[in-house]
Ligand binder design. Structure first.
Ligand code: SAM
Length: 264
């Protein structure tokens, strides 16, 4: 429970930094997830689980959803541009503060992978979604790799950054969580769902070395540390990470696990 609190605190302290760096990547990944819905979303009332700064919210609205409600453990993520976003509630994906069958669909973009057991989150999504509604989940696939990850961690470590326990626990859990077809099928079966599970590759050919570094610096495991640096040191950190990565890094191709089902 303490780790969940630490995780939520880190995301809360990340807030707007997310949208400045990671946001452009996650907005596109959410569009890919929503495009795979097994049920049309026109007019649907949708729950966005682990909504963060609203990537999946925007994607489902663009797909024609009639209304969205966001829920997230981190108030600071929901607070980002809150006035321009649909209603939101602070809450845990494993105990959603909503009645059975309250929604026509539920989407969880890169949030259930934070749970020790993603099946519990899937089960909750199915409980609050009426029979026949869409359940859409995305997570990081096991082969989701790029050299910018090590370059940024090295630049951060050189300035005293060490990973928080919540992040160490989550990263270790990824090997047993929601990163492979087997994980996805097992989680869906444990939640009583007949799901489609696939690995999808999403290219980002437009991102240069600077963009890639900003993606990493805006993640919750890094952003609170970065926010405490004076502006000149923050700039030096980014420049150091770009130097370590090199001017012409390989293009980013994200590898994501997509789990979709119709609520039983
Ligand atoms: C990687 S971010 C993704 C945010 C957003 N869905 C997107 O695609 O940009 C993960 C989000 O899940 C939230 N989260 C993690 N564990 C959660 C939990 N147990 N219950 C609710 N939200 C959770 C975090 O606070 C964070 O906002």
């Amino acid at each position: 429970m303490a780790l969940t609190g630490d995780l939520a605190a880190a995301y809360s302290a990340t807030g707007g930094a997310w949208q400045q760096g990671p946001g452009r990547i996650y907005d596109r990944l959410a569009q890919v997830l929503v495009a795979g819905s097994p049920v049309p979303l026109e007019g649907a009332r949708v729950l966005d689980v682990g909504a963060g700064t609203g990537a999946a919210t925007r994607a489902v609205l663009a797909a024609g959803a009639g209304a969205v409600v966001a829920v997230d453990a981190a108030f600071g993520m929901l607070a980002h541009h809150a006035a321009d976003r649909p209603p939101a509630a602070a809450g845990d994906a494993v105990a959603l503060p909503f009645a059975d069958d309250a929604f026509d669909a539920a989407v969880a973009a890169f949030s259930l992978n934070h749970l020790p057991g993603p099946a519990a989150g899937l089960r909750e999504m199915a409980r609050v979604t009426r029979r026949g509604g869409a359940l859409l989940v995305a997570s990081y696939a096991a082969d989701d790799a790029h050299p910018v990850k090590a370059a940024v961690e090295a630049a951060l470590s050189a300035r005293g950054w060490t990973p928080d326990p919540w992040y160490v626990t989550m990263r270790a859990g990824a090997t047993a969580g929601l990163a492979t077809m087997e994980h996805g099928n097992a989680a869906a079966a444990a939640a009583g769902l007949d799901a489609s599970v696939e690995v999808v590759h999403v290219p980002f050919p437009d991102l240069d070395a600077h963009d890639l570094v900003e993606w990493r610096l805006g993640l919750a495991q890094h952003a609170p540390f970065v926010a405490r640096l004076p502006p000149a040191e923050r700039d030096a950190l980014a420049a150091d990470a770009v130097r370590r990565l090199g001017d012409r890094p390989p293009p980013l191709i994200r590898s994501i696990l997509v789990v979709t089902a119709v609520s039983p």
